[in-house]
Design a protein around this ligand. Structure first.
Ligand SMILES: *Cc1c(COP(=O)(O)O)cnc(C)c1O
Length: 403
């Protein structure tokens, strides 16, 4: 485990439930990414964990920002990221979102309608600006045909628009593509990058060099020991030549990849106190503090797994990463094991994180640890539900300082 158990034990004396994030683990993941993507800049997707200390840890290591809202643009600015390294890409931006971030980031329009709207806003302000466009390409991770999407502009419409070139003050100078998260097959990812770069080259050949090609994410993490693990060395080796080829033709074009989870997922652990035990019809329930409300995904995974008759449905990121994407640890290896159901203190039966799992026996006052809590965990949980309030997020620096 990334965080020494002694630190967790000490913190658990003060808090019934809390997150801990490890800077050392964030550093390890970012180093691995940098080794793999030597020819590309890396953006951190703030939405997966916007904790201030996490942002500082990530951005102080030279990553740029993938912002999903105006507030995330400002969070990145506050963490010291310069506007040219903040890419704001999201559907449904308001005029206020656009105007307030115009000079704080690189704006990526999500639709042609938005391009026209940005153009009109710029005309009204007598400004000219380069912007990016998110494209929905004629391929997916699984096929050489495109698929309908709420994101981006279909490739054919994009090309037609660029040919028509109707904008006066906004110029499309970069492209963004992001189709899928949590892919652990290096060859599938490599084929995807190759397709993105081929499209970038076709666009650049017809319309002139692009400032940047943001290839999006897809980089998967290994949620459990049994799950497949993405081999970053294989991915790095398979893509280096592709980057070099585009860069040889267009030396000024910046290649970019994005990731949220790979940078921070493994850095986080959620800790929850055992508030009580009970038996019902032969089943042992462990009642934990702040589960569904503070770390929603394990309970959601449990619910989906149940509704599909215990099959193993494909992930639906980031809400559902699979039936088995977390490890539950009772840190008392010397005790005898028992079969338990982990439920929470909310007044809903949905508040169940794990059913009939084997753990060392826990008593009221003990703690249970849940792994993979660094991404889409605190940020994705309904902490207002049943008026429980937010749980603390504690950051452990590389030299062991507790913030
Ligand atoms: C959420 C998101 C990401 C990050 O996805 P991860 O699976 O956490 O790496 C990257 N790009 C875009 C456009 C996103 O919306």
């Amino acid at each position: 485990m990334a965080i020494p158990f002694g630190i967790i034990e000490t913190l658990a004396k003060e808090h019934d439930s809390f997150y801990v994030y490890s800077e050392a683990e964030i550093e390890k993941s970012i180093s691995a990414l940098k080794r793999c993507f030597t020819g590309a800049d890396i953006l951190y997707s703030i939405k997966c964990n916007p904790n201030k200390n996490v942002l500082n840890a990530v951005f102080s290591r030279g990553l740029g920002a993938d912002a999903a809202s105006a507030a995330e643009v400002f969070a990145a600015r506050e963490a010291g990221v310069s506007p040219k390294d903040i890419f704001y890409s999201a559907p449904g931006k308001s005029d206020g979102d656009i105007i307030s971030t115009l000079h704080e980031c690189v704006l990526i329009a999500d639709s042609l309608d938005e391009v026209s709207r940005i153009d009109a806003l710029l005309q009204a302000r007598s400004e000219r600006m380069n912007i990016g466009l998110r494209i929905n390409p004629n391929f997916t991770f699984a096929s050489d045909n495109g698929a309908a999407s709420k994101f981006g502009t279909d490739e054919s419409d994009t090309i037609a628009f660029l040919r028509e070139n109707p904008c006066r003050n906004a110029r499309i100078s970069g492209i963004h593509i992001h189709l899928k998260s949590q892919e652990t097959d290096a060859e599938v990812l490599a084929r995807y990058y190759k397709n993105v770069l081929a499209l970038a080259r076709r666009i650049a050949d017809e319309f002139g060099p692009l400032e940047y090609v943001n290839m999006g994410s897809g980089i998967g993490v290994q949620y459990t020991d049994a799950a497949a693990s993405l081999d970053l060395d294989v991915l790095g080796a398979a893509t280096a030549g592709e980057y070099a080829a585009l860069n040889a033709r267009y030396p000024s074009t910046r290649l970019i990849i994005e990731t949220g989870r790979y940078a921070v997922c493994k850095s986080g652990i959620y800790i929850s106190r055992v508030m009580g035990r009970k038996m019902s019809h032969g089943k042992t329930y462990i009642i934990l503090k702040n589960t569904l409300n503070a770390f929603m995904r394990p309970a959601l995974a449990r619910m989906i797994f149940k509704y599909c008759n215990e099959c193993s449905p494909a992930g639906s990121e980031p809400l559902f990463s699979g039936a088995d994407a977390f490890e539950f640890i009772a840190p008392y290896p010397e005790r005898p094991c028992e079969t338990v159901t982990l439920a929470g203190n909310l007044c809903t039966a949905c508040d169940t994180m794990a059913e009939d799992i084997t753990l060392p026996r826990v008593e009221r006052g003990d703690i249970v640890l849940i792994t993979n809590a660094g991404s889409y965990a605190a940020a994705l949980s309904p902490m207002q539900f049943s008026s429980q309030g937010a749980v603390p997020e504690i950051f452990i620096t590389k030299d062991g300082k507790v913030i």
